[in-house]
Design a protein around this ligand. Sequence first.
Ligand code: MN
Length: 233
Amino acid sequence: MTASLSDIRRDLALANRLLSNEGVLDAFGHVSARHPENPERFLISVSLAPILVSEDDIVECTLDGRPVEPTERRLYSEGVIHSEIYRARPEVQAVCHHHAPKIMPFCISGEPLVPVSQLGAVIGTEAPFWDSQDEFGDTNLLLTRPEEGASLARALGPHWIVLMRRHGATVVARGVRELFFRTVHSAANAGFQMEAKLLGHVDALTPGEIERASQLRPDPIERHWSYGLARLP
Ligand code: MN
């Protein structure tokens, strides 16, 4: 069953608050969803701290990053992260870009992020790195040009999360609620991995475990969504 536009707008506004409440998004970072009827468009808030986003703040954009209805309101400067991933990955229905504190040490050190727990399997078999230096040299580290977004989408490849050196991470999913699940649990896994390393040896899940444990069923995704809602202030 395909979710309706109004369902997606409601869930997207909620996802902004849920991901803020879970410590993934702060004043910055953003979350979007592909338009359910027009795959050449996506929905994203205007430039606001995600915790403040309501449905009225969500605008529809083309894959050129332009709003379909002209607006006086400012858009996020890094919208190309979303548009270029939607262009490159037809099955992706939702995207979150964040700078979560649990993920940042990996982005800074270049230490590979690997699944170390059952839920951490949402990371998948690989969390590739992207470094703006490789193609663009010295920048202000923000992705504002389509070619930068396209480069990030190439680095993401077929995976679910791409770590951006000295910047943050971008997570993708087949739906908004799945995105909430993947984003929260990939960040939690980063915390577990780092803390476990302080204690000693860290074993990643085996490729077979990742394959089996990353098969996401609707039940845990819905339970995690309802848990997140119950935790909202
Ligand atoms: Mn950013």
